[in-house]
Structures are given as structure tokens and as C-alpha cells.
Design a protein around this ligand. Structure first.
Ligand SMILES: Cc1cc2nc3c(=O)[nH]c(=O)nc-3n(C[C@H](O)[C@H](O)[C@H](O)COP(=O)(O)OP(=O)(O)OC[C@H]3O[C@@H](n4cnc5c(N)ncnc54)[C@H](O)[C@@H]3O)c2cc1C
Length: 454
């Protein structure tokens, strides 16, 4: 069997006599139906699903892990950045409702001046799940979107194939929202492309949580602001360890109070490695193995170098490696750095970004931070496919150059784009989302508080 560019599943389907694009219904146990299908339950996806369901759509959400939160819960990244710009909150809507519900359970701190929200991972999972259930979303956990979507003659997606424990289910929907960050849907059929040139994409990091940290001391050493959040003592020690060949690379390190909300515990963002395609199984396997090998050495170095970490112990490592960029949707509009930095209002503005353009540089331990003078604007047209009549994307797949994306990739903004995509999918004309009244959706998002204080 020749597999060619379409890979294993495509080759298998060809052998099964399938007509080409898409997966074979003969392989699936059954077909499910939805008005709106959301792939991925990270910050963008779980909010997109809630938003669409609250607008009256019958929504199905599929998530390869057994819980919501994506990088926030499985990747151990924190805090949730960034709700405020210049001391004023710019993101509201479901994202703010979510963090307030976590805070009511003692699982989040929502009143820090910069609008970064430390949270408890278990509370995040619980509140996101409860909000999904309350909205009536059908959640398919441990269920992965796989293979090429099945296309109609106008290139609308008719169905996607889901795999649960290795068994297939076919899912038909009127509209699809890809929130997988890797592009499980937009990566096929020419619906998306890689955001950066090969070798230039931001590196990956695998976070871990340390207990036994003297967070009072670490707090003094590591000031929780954007300029000085990297610990200079640890950075020096890790640099020496890298030059001595003890670790392959590192970033930051960011090991600040606020990355978790527990005294004595910090989530450490220090491992770093490259992979040009995180959807290539060999590349992601090797990258993850490299970072897992570096973690015990990094902990030893931290213990030796900084009294605040002398008694640190490894409390948890992330389930999944974190990649900062992969694909993006080919959308009606791609956000350019200049327009983003100008902060100029656009008619279809659906979210505001507050985080600096925070690029981690490939092939080095460096970071480039460009602070915004005013909130960056994210337009709805950057979420709507130019190539497919019934496809949208949010979060890590928004169409933008790498620099503005390095600001809008943080969680609060991913949730905001998720909400806009959910509302748009619920109200989009069935035949073509591209004929959606973008300005009307912006007004709806405003009335739902997605943009606040603009
Ligand atoms: C190392 C690192 C540190 C970071 N630090 C911070 C920080 O401190 N604060 C902050 O706010 N942001 C931080 N970020 C950014 C933030 O975590 C992400 O940008 C954000 O989680 C993106 O949200 P998302 O929903 O688009 O994607 P993700 O969080 O990646 O979620 C995607 C979801 O889709 C699921 N999925 C993937 N493929 C499939 C499939 N085929 N079928 C079904 N489900 C699938 C995944 O399991 C996952 O749950 C960091 C990112 C990295 C990599």
C-alpha cells in the first residue's frame, strides 16, 4: 500500500475504497450529529463550546484528554494571563465568569493588579466541566479528532472522524471550530499552514511543579513583573550547566509565585527544546524525552544555586509538552504586527490583548519581549476560514503573524477568541460562515462582555 502525503489513515481509506478526502463511514461504529462541533477543550475550546451552547446550538465537544483546560491543566502553565491592561480589565465574558467561579471555590486569585490569575488546577478542571454541563454541551472526553475531514463538493466539512480508545465514531455537524492548537482540522485540506518558517517557531517547554520552595524568599528574588520575572541567579547557574553539557537547553527560568496559588509550590518553566512539527510523532517523542531527561538536572541545579529552592522536591510534571506555536487557520484576515501594535479599532474587533509580544527565540535560551502601548486588537475575521464554508478556529490557531500571536496566545485571550468563535458558529448562516455579519457578532460579543473597558 502506498501511503503518500495523506499518511496512514488516508492510505488505509484508499485501500478501503473511500472516495478521497475524508474518512470512511464504514470504519465508524456510528454517526453523531451536532449543530456545532468543537475540537479540543483547552481554554479556547471549552469556552467556545459554552458560548455556542448558550446561544442555543446543539454542541458536541471532543477532547483527547479526560478533562478540560489543555495547557492550563495538563501542561501545568500558570497564571492565567492576562485580563488587565494598564490596571484596567479588558477581557470579561465567560473567561471572567469562569475565574470568578474558581475564586468563589477558593481556587483562583482575581484581584492582582496586572490581571494575571493564579489558580488551582483541580478547581479549573471542575469549574470548566460544570460550566460545560450546565450549558448542555455533549462532552466526549478521551476522544480525538483524527484523519482528514470528509468534505462536500463546495469544500464544506461534512464530518470528522473521532477515535476513542482506537475505535472510530463519525461526527457530522453544520459548523466546526478547531481549538486543538495543533490544527487537527485546519491542518488538513489546505485549511491552514504553519505559523513560522521551519526552524523559526518558538521552542517547546515541559513545565513541572516543585514543592518545598521557600516562596517568600523566591518572591523577593523573583519579582513577578514582566521585566524581572526570570530569576537571574538560576539563569546563571543553568547557563553554566548547559555549557558544561549537563542540560541541552533552557529558558527563563520562570519559577514565580503566582504560577501556582499555593505557598511552597511553584510551576517551573525552564526546559526548552525545538521541534519544527509537533504533530510529527517522532519529533514530539524526541522533544518530550529530551525535556523529561533535563528536568532532574534542572532541579539539582536550582537546589544548588538558590537557597529558596534548597529543599525543593518534584511534585508533578506536565502530562503534555507545551508548544508555543504550530499551525494557524488560513482566515479571512491575518493579523500583522503593525496593525496589532497600533491598537486601532477595527469594525469586527472581538477581543483585546494585554500581554507583551513574548517571543521565545528558537535555538537559544533568549526571550524577546515587546510591550504594547495600547491593547492589541483581535478581529473576528482572523478566526473565520477563508477556504472552507463552515470552519472557524480560536486560541492557538488564530491567524496572525508570529509576533502579535506571541501576545494573543495567552489564556485569557484564547478564552475570549473561543467565546467569539462559539457565538459566531451559533449564529452563522448554515451554508457559509464567511457571509456572517462580522460586525453584528462583534456587537453581540460586546453585549456578552467579551471586550470590556475598551
Ligand atoms: C510553556 C508554556 C508556558 C505558558 N505559560 C503561560 C502562562 O503562564 N499564562 C498563560 O496564560 N498562558 C501561558 N501559555 C500559553 C497558553 O497555555 C496557551 O496558549 C493556551 O493554553 C492555548 O489555549 P488553546 O485552547 O488554544 O490550546 P491548548 O491549551 O493547547 O488546548 C488544546 C486542547 O486540544 C486538545 N487536542 C489536541 N488535539 C486534539 C485532537 N486531535 N482531538 C481532540 N482534542 C485535541 C488538547 O488535548 C488540549 O486539551 C504558555 C504556553 C506554553 C507552551
Amino acid at each position: 500500500m502506498t501511503l503518500g502525503r495523506r499518511g496512514f489513515l488516508g492510505g488505509l481509506l484508499a485501500a478501503c475504497g473511500s472516495s478521497g478526502t475524508g474518512t470512511s463511514s464504514a470504519m465508524s461504529r456510528c454517526t453523531l450529529h451536532a449543530d456545532v462541533f468543537v475540537a479540543g477543550a483547552g481554554p479556547a475550546g471549552f469556552v467556545a463550546a459554552i458560548a455556542a451552547a448558550r446561544c442555543g446550538a446543539r454542541v458536541t465537544l471532543a477532547e483527547s484528554l479526560g478533562f478540560p483546560g489543555g495547557m492550563a491543566t495538563a501542561g501545568l502553565v500558570g497564571p492565567i494571563s492576562k485580563f488587565n491592561f494598564g490596571g484596567r480589565r479588558v477581557v470579561g465574558g465567560i473567561a471572567w465568569e469562569f475565574v470568578e467561579r474558581m475564586a468563589a471555590l477558593g481556587g483562583a486569585i482575581t484581584d492582582l493588579p496586572k490581571g494575571n490569575v493564579p489558580f488551582e488546577t483541580e478547581v479549573y478542571r471542575r469549574v470548566a466541566r460544570e460550566m460545560l454541563e450546565e450549558a448542555g454541551v455533549r462532552c466526549l472526553w478521551q476522544t480525538q479528532v483524527c484523519g482528514e475531514p470528509e468534505l462536500a463538493s463546495d469544500r464544506a466539512i461534512r464530518a470528522v472522524m473521532l477515535s476513542t480508545g482506537g475505535f472510530f465514531t463519525r461526527l457530522e455537524a453544520d459548523r466546526f471550530i478547531d481549538c486543538t492548537a495543533s490544527g487537527a482540522i485546519v491542518g488538513h485540506c489546505g485549511f491552514g499552514s504553519f505559523r513560522s518558517e521551519k526552524g523559526a517557531a518558538q521552542p517547546l517547554s515541559l513545565c513541572f511543579i516543585l514543592g518545598g520552595v521557600d516562596t517568600d524568599k523566591a518572591r523577593v528574588l523573583v519579582r513577578n513583573d514582566n521585566e524581572r520575572s526570570r530569576n537571574p541567579v538560576l539563569r546563571d547557574a543553568l547557563d553554566k550547566a548547559m555549557k558544561a553539557g549537563r542540560i541541552r537547553s533552557f529558558g527563563g527560568p520562570w519559577a514565580v509565585w503566582g504560577s501556582t496559588m499555593r505557598p511552597g509550590f511553584v510551576s517551573v518553566n525552564a526546559t526548552r527544546t525545538e521541534a519544527s512539527d509537533v504533530t510529527d510523532p517522532m519529533e514530539i517523542a524526541e522533544a518530550t524525552a529530551r525535556m523529561r531527561r533535563d528536568i532532574p538536572v534542572i532541579i539539582d541545579v536550582m537546589r544548588e544555586a538558590d537557597p529558596a529552592f534548597r529543599n525543593a522536591w518534584l511534585a508533578a510534571t506536565a502530562t503534555i509538552s507545551g508548544f508555543r506555536e504550530c499551525r494557524e487557520i488560513t482566515a479571512l484576515h491575518r493579523v500583522a504586527a503593525a496593525e496589532f501594535m497600533s491598537g486601532e479599532a477595527v469594525p469586527d474587533a472581538i477581543a483585546l490583548a494585554a500581554h507583551p509580544m513574548d517571543r521565545h527565540i528558537a535555538g537559544s535560551s533568549a526571550q524577546s519581549l515587546t510591550f504594547l502601548e495600547r491593547p492589541g486588537v483581535i478581529p473576528l475575521s482572523a478566526l473565520v476560514s477563508a477556504k472552507c464554508p463552515n470552519l472557524l478556529a480560536a486560541g492557538g490557531l488564530v491567524a496572525a503573524e508570529s509576533a502579535p500571536f506571541a501576545s494573543m496566545r495567552v489564556q485569557a485571550q484564547c478564552m475570549a477568541t473561543g467565546q467569539a468563535a462559539g457565538v459566531a458558529a451559533a449564529f452563522a448562516p448554515k451554508e457559509d460562515v464567511r457571509s456572517l455579519d462580522l460586525v453584528a457578532i462583534r456587537r453581540l460579543c460586546e453585549s456578552h462582555g467579551v471586550i470590556t473597558g475598551a
